[in-house]
Design a protein around this ligand. Structure first.
Ligand SMILES: [Zn+2]
Length: 86
């Protein structure tokens, strides 16, 4: 299974798409395992993995991404990346 290519540079727009991807493609408990709430493929599905990677590139920690998924708001805003010295 191939993965969706990551953008070379993660823009704010990419980050918002990624938030929507991880929230809409959240895990759902199903008999025998965990599946994607949106497309019922085994969790994490392709879009969920893509979203997590993009958000990680954007500087979010795994716990912060988990929190976004927990809140379940696909329109949640992501803080800009840390810029040390800026
Ligand atoms: Zn999915």
């Amino acid at each position: 299974m191939w993965d969706i290519p990551l953008p070379p540079y993660v823009t704010g727009e990419d980050a918002q798409f990624a938030v929507r991807a991880v929230v809409v493609h959240a895990p759902r408990r199903w008999s025998g395992g965990t599946v994607c709430r949106n497309d019922a493929s085994p969790h994490p599905c392709r879009l969920h993995r893509w979203g997590r990677r993009v958000l990680a590139l954007r500087g979010l920690r795994a716990a912060e991404i988990d929190l976004l998924i927990e809140r379940g708001d696909p329109a949640a805003t992501v803080r800009p990346p840390d810029r040390p010295g800026a």
